[in-house]
Design a protein around this ligand. Structure first.
Ligand code: FE2
Length: 339
């Protein structure tokens, strides 16, 4: 039983040395920006006050924001952690509990923020397929434009010790594993985790913790767009604006979503996605191989495999598994010698 069950991701927070440059990118990405108290905020169309924050400073990731259902939940969490519930002096107000995870990431748990009017995109036009042709005597005409970002959906954090971080996040926030990814049998490298919403539907993943080699940091934050046409219009727009592509378009295996990754001017990766899987708390966790993380159902190959001489996926799995096994062994040693 976890301390609370968060209902969703709330925001991601970065710092950057040039807020106008960040604002210009976020506009092309499909978010609406505004400045308040020296910070740059960006929101989607779901009515939430903000989903992306940039503070002035050197380019880096600052915090992951999660949303609790109620302020009472924040109080429960704060009591468990021995910290205070603070007023959130940002757009939408509300309350916040600030925590630090085992890798030193700041985790900002918020509740009670004011929510504005949502601007739902128009209903999808009927699609004609071989199986059914509901669009009759009507055309499809799309105007070039940035994607219509509806909401923030998930973030991916690199961690030093997956099991340690998994326990920390699950104990406090109630996350459930959708897919645990293994570099080799019994060598987990991470998991796609979703919010525990009981019998309500939740995204396949709100948080993915990944124990991968290299520096710690956020791998990407992801934002839901209106539909497939909207994602492709967004791709065209970002390309026309000469923004830096990272990976896409394609359809993932775990989560099933159609994805499109871009880099902001400071090297942070942001994803557009649509048509992802939804599960309830009753759906059991799965174990999946690393190859399912790297491969796509269709579309652009993972950049790691897009070169002229791509490394075989089996070789990547082997070395990653070896790396994880060695780290696991090194972590055990002090305990064994102390016993
Ligand atoms: Fe993603």
């Amino acid at each position: 039983m976890s301390v609370i069950c968060v209902e969703d991701i709330a925001h991601v927070r970065y710092s950057a040395p040039d807020l106008p440059a960040m604002c210009s990118f976020l506009h092309d990405f499909g978010l609406a920006c505004f400045e308040q108290a020296g910070r740059l905020y960006a929101r989607g169309t779901d009515g939430r006050s903000f989903v992306h924050v940039t503070e002035p400073g050197p380019a880096r990731f600052l915090a992951l924001g999660l949303r609790a259902e109620t302020v009472a939940d924040l109080e429960k969490l704060a009591a468990h952690e021995g910290v205070a519930v603070e007023d959130l002096a940002e757009p939408g107000g509300g309350k916040i509990v600030r925590l630090t995870d085992p890798d030193g990431y700041s985790v900002e748990v918020v509740a009670g923020q004011a929510k504005g009017e949502a601007a739902l995109p128009p209903a999808d036009p009927p699609r004609n397929t071989v199986a059914a042709k509901p669009r009759q005597r009507a055309t499809v005409r799309l105007d070039p434009a940035p994607a219509q970002v509806w909401r923030i959906g998930h973030a991916v954090l690199k961690v030093r010790d997956f099991r340690r971080s998994e326990q920390w996040y699950k104990e406090r926030f109630g996350f459930l594993t959708s897919d645990e990814v293994e570099a080799a049998p019994d060598v987990p490298l991470g998991a796609f985790m979703r919010c525990n919403r009981g019998d309500k539907l939740a995204d396949h993943h709100t948080l993915f913790l990944a124990q991968l080699p290299g520096e710690l940091g956020i791998l990407h934050a992801a934002f839901e767009v209106a539909n497939l046409d909207d994602l492709m219009l967004g791709h065209q727009h970002l390309k026309a604006q000469k923004r830096q592509p990272a990976w896409g378009v394609g359809r993932h295996i775990m989560g099933s979503q159609v994805f499109d990754y871009w880099k902001d001017p400071f090297g942070n990766e942001l994803e557009h996605w649509t048509d992802g899987d939804l599960f309830t708390a009753a759906d059991p966790p799965q174990k999946m191989p690393l190859s399912a993380l790297l491969a796509v159902q269709w579309g652009a190959p993972n950049p790691m495999f897009a070169g002229k001489l791509p490394p075989p996926q089996g070789l990547v799995s082997f070395f990653l598994a070896l790396n994880l096994r060695i780290k696991r062994l090194l972590r055990r040693k002090p305990k064994e010698s102390a016993a």
